[in-house]
Design a protein around this ligand. Structure first.
Ligand code: 6PG
Length: 497
């Protein structure tokens, strides 16, 4: 048996694990791979591409063997998902716990103080916080890293968002920054940087995913309005999204949307998109972002609305029944200038997208304050510039906005975005108005516009809510003319006329 020591161990030989391993080897690192199912490891090692990597790649058939094959301090990256069959795991102390805990339980006896364990899954940041603490007490440095970009990103260069025990970063940095996507004028700025302590990396990944939900819903709104209000065909939609992808909306999600409209279903010869059931799934990261926005008291209404839009979509049977009972406007076509309206939809999408990112970054600002994390928002925008699902030219503008003003409270206040939203505003309002008039749901566009209008309002009707709260519950209120901020109370029943 060779006593060669490998640079990093990978637990989980699914597609993401395989592609990350191959990517690491291409960048000059050697990798030992372990999977719960030995057959999965063998299947990977038998592939031509794996074989071509020679002795830079090896398999391990137990976590003990994996640990014994690694150079010290060991680095073990776990790419296990919530779906992994935990009970079969060797030596699991708590077989019914989350797969990551089960792997850690089994791995721990084979690690030494100073070793690094990394979780590259979509894990809730609170679990990561817990694990960082638990393992630090045992001398193990734990990293929770966001990994974005899907299978292709993992192979060619993902966006990586590591956080956790800061002592781990110098050990992980050379590998992570080498395998990540690169951006910048010389294509040398890695889409990977240390995010912060505890669960900061997984938090930023969660917000990435929430923003992804928002982007997808907004694109869905645009699609639905174009299809229904102007009767755009799939060919036209491919052309429209193709054109948008050459302008300020240039992004991965717009690009794949264009491609989707070109794919024909081999069975029916219709557009494939038209035979897909309109019930959206979700694995939970969007919901987590929304839940934590509520905990923080920050208005991340775009992600929340996007989660709700997926929920209502999955009430397919109920919607089908309701569609036969509840009626809406009979005219569902836009009567104005078609080309002009298509352009207005683009502007509505762009302005709404700006609001969505403004909310995402505002949530990051708020959580940094809450947990004492130092989040470099401009750098985070750059990490998302390449490799990940929300990669877009637009993120360059966000980076510039935070470079100009690192204390920027809200992206809408940055000169570039203020001007962009102002330019789009008339079109945006017309699109939302038209959707409302024609009875076409456009939850993303409408929510974004409501957020914009509320955020730019000096006064809101919350004075009345405060009066009501004080009336029925003596919850008190503050007065506009009392700068001390003192609590006031009125006996409303005695005062009423
Ligand atoms: C990524 C993606 C990925 C996520 C999917 C599915 O960054 O590569 O965000 O991590 O798992 O997008 O998410 P939903 O099933 O919740 O839509």
């Amino acid at each position: 048996m060779s006593d060669k020591k490998y640079d990093i161990g990978l637990v989980g030989a699914g597609v993401m694990g395989q592609n990350l391993a191959l990517n690491m080897i291409d960048r000059g690192f050697s990798v030992a791979v372990y999977d719960l199912a030995a057959s999965q490891t063998d299947k990977f090692l038998a592939k031509d591409e794996a074989k071509s990597k020679g002795d830079a790649l090896t398999g391990a058939y137990s976590l003990e063997e994996l640990a014994s094959k690694l150079s010290t301090p060991r680095k073990v990256l776990m790419m296990v998902t919530a779906k992994d069959p935990v009970p079969a795991l060797e030596n699991a102390l708590y077989p019914d716990r989350a797969p990551v805990d089960a792997v850690l339980d089994a791995l721990l006896p084979h690690l030494e103080p100073g070793d690094v364990a990394i979780d590259g899954g979509n894990t809730h940041f609170k679990d990561t916080e817990r694990r960082v603490k638990f393992l630090a007490e045992r001398g193990i440095r734990f990293v929770g890293s966001g990994v974005s970009g899907g299978e292709e990103g993992a192979r060619k260069g993902p966006s990586l968002m590591p956080g956790g025990d800061p002592e781990a970063w110098p050990l992980v940095q050379p590998i992570f920054q080498a395998i990540s996507a690169k951006v910048g004028p010389n294509n040398d700025v890695p889409c990977c940087d240390w995010i912060g302590n505890g669960g900061a990396g997984h938090y930023v990944k969660m917000v990435h995913n929430g923003v992804e939900y928002g982007d997808m819903q907004l694109i869905g709104d645009a699609y639905w309005i174009l299809k229904n209000a102007v009767g755009a065909t799939n060919e036209e939609l491919a052309e429209i999204f193709g054109q948008w992808n050459r302008e300020e909306l240039d992004s991965y999600l717009i690009e794949i949307t264009r491609d989707i409209f070109t794919v024909v279903d081999p069975q029916t010869k219709n557009g494939l998109v038209d035979v897909i059931l309109d019930a959206a799934g979700a694995k939970g990261t969007g919901k987590w972002m929304s839940q934590h926005a509520l905990d923080l008291g920050v208005p991340s209404s775009l992600v929340t609305e996007a989660v709700y839009a997926r929920s209502i979509s999955s009430l397919k049977a109920e919607r089908l029944a309701a569609s036969r009972v509840l009626s809406g406007p009979t005219n569902v076509r836009y009567s104005g200038d078609r080309a002009e309206f298509i352009n207005q939809v683009k502007q509505a999408l762009y302005a709404s997208k700006i609001c969505s990112y403004a909310q995402g970054f505002a949530q990051l600002r708020a959580v940094a304050k809450e947990f004492g994390w130092t989040l470099d928002l401009g750098r985070i925008a750059l990490l998302w510039r390449g490799g990940c699902i929300i990669r877009a030219v637009f993120l360059e503008r966000i980076k510039e906005a935070f470079d100009e003003n690192p204390n920027l409270e809200n992206l809408l206040l940055a000169p570039y975005f203020k001007a962009a939203v102002e330019n789009a505003q008339t079109a945006w309002r017309n699109v939302v108005k038209t959707a409302v008039e024609l009875g076409i749901p456009a939850p993303g566009f409408a929510t974004a516009l409501t957020y914009f209008d509320a955020y730019r309002s000096e006064r809101l009707p919350a004075n009345l809510i405060q009066a009501q709260r004080d009336y029925f519950g003596a919850h008190t209120y503050k007065r506009v003319d009392d700068e001390t901020g003192a609590a006031h109370h009125t006996d409303w029943i005695a005062e009423k006329k």
